[in-house]
Design a protein around this ligand. Structure first.
Ligand SMILES: Cc1cc2nc3c(=O)[nH]c(=O)nc-3n(C[C@H](O)[C@H](O)[C@H](O)COP(=O)(O)OP(=O)(O)OC[C@H]3O[C@@H](n4cnc5c(N)ncnc54)[C@H](O)[C@@H]3O)c2cc1C
Length: 291
């Protein structure tokens, strides 16, 4: 095994499909769930020395793994060491492996406003920060004041203030792993925030497929437009490729059925992208990250 000295927590040839919402794709050559920062850092540095590609897996809600799999190391920050949440005044510091919905609920229970609208977005805080996830009510990035990341060579880096930049579904937090972030929120009333969280949850559920697992968001909304509306207007909602379909009711979601493959997803996305470009001149950018 190439990563011999880490074999106590590194597995080989691990199927990635069960870790992703689309349930598609092949194996990772190596898969690790380090128990703490030291294990993570040592492993990443060694992978770098051996020129092994590394990817960080969050909740798997925005990843399409190719059918051929990933010939490198996949790391999931699932251990308790990456799941911590702590509060100091109006600030919350949160591990990259925390589920976004846990962070939202913890902040609401603490009487902190500013993230309740993120309830119902699947995945981890790390994934949300990487994609600057959000809704019409706002993105997560607006609240971030500080973040700690791990570089590909195993070096730790902290970023604050002007080094932080967020735009629609884009963020400057682009080192290998987002380990932790501090968000600044506003004081609020727990009862009121709980109601808001519940309302946002109901609205969110009404705007996405009923059975969201095996679904994924296809494209990023282009400037000032909704990708879903564009897809609908140009007649591509409901489009089918093999066992994969652009959702007919929620046009910017792609849904995988029994027998679906990652190749079918890629072909369908390309057909829609090309078709929308030809009909409207708008170049849709993929939301899904392809591994
Ligand atoms: C039903 C459904 C509804 C959705 N609704 C929304 C929505 O309303 N708004 C929205 O913005 N998105 C939405 N999404 C998309 C998706 O949930 C978000 O992009 C989410 O933030 C991805 O987080 P994740 O942990 O699942 O990331 P993953 O899918 O695991 O990973 C996505 C990318 O983030 C990187 N990443 C993950 N964790 C880390 C980390 N700790 N450090 C560095 N990189 C990391 C991965 O390497 C990968 O490149 C939805 C998806 C689904 C399936």
């Amino acid at each position: 095994m190439l990563l011999e000295s880490f074999k106590s927590f590194v597995r080989e040839n691990v199927p990635l499909a069960p870790y992703t919402w689309l349930h598609l794709g092949g194996c990772a050559r190596y898969f690790a769930e380090p128990a703490d920062f030291e294990q993570l850092q040592g492993l990443v540095a060694e992978a770098s020395r051996q020129s092994i590609g590394v990817r960080i897996l969050g909740g798997g809600s925005n990843i399409l793994v190719k059918d051929s799999g990933f010939d490198g190391l996949v790391i999931q920050l699932i251990a308790p060491a990456f799941q911590k949440i702590s509060f100091q005044g109006n600030r919350v510091t949160c591990g990259g492996g925390v589920r976004l919905s846990h962070l939202v609920t913890a902040c609401v229970a603490q009487g902190l406003a500013g993230v309740a609208h993120l309830v119902g977005i699947p995945g981890s805080v790390g994934g949300a920060l990487r994609a600057n996830s959000g809704t019409e009510e706002g993105d997560i990035g607006h609240a971030v004041r500080e973040a700690q990341m791990l570089r590909r060579n195993g070096e730790l880096v902290s970023v604050t203030g002007k080094q932080l930049a967020f735009s629609h579904r884009r963020s400057s937090l682009d080192e290998l792993a987002i380990l932790e972030a501090t968000l600044e929120l506003q004081p609020g009333d727990v009862k009121y925030l709980t109601k808001r969280e519940q309302t946002f949850w109901i609205v969110k559920r009404s705007r996405q497929p009923n059975h969201p697992t095996r679904s994924a968001v296809a494209f990023i909304d282009p400037d000032g437009e909704s990708a879903g509306e564009l897809i609908h207007r140009t007649g591509f909602s409901g489009l089918i490729e093999g066992s994969v379909q652009m959702n007919a009711t929620y046009p910017n979601y792609i849904t995988a059925g029994t027998g679906a493959t990652a190749d079918q997803v890629l072909t369908l996305l390309e057909r829609v992208r090309k078709g929308v470009l030809e009909k409207t001149g708008v170049r849709l950018q993929p939301h899904l990250v392809v591994w």
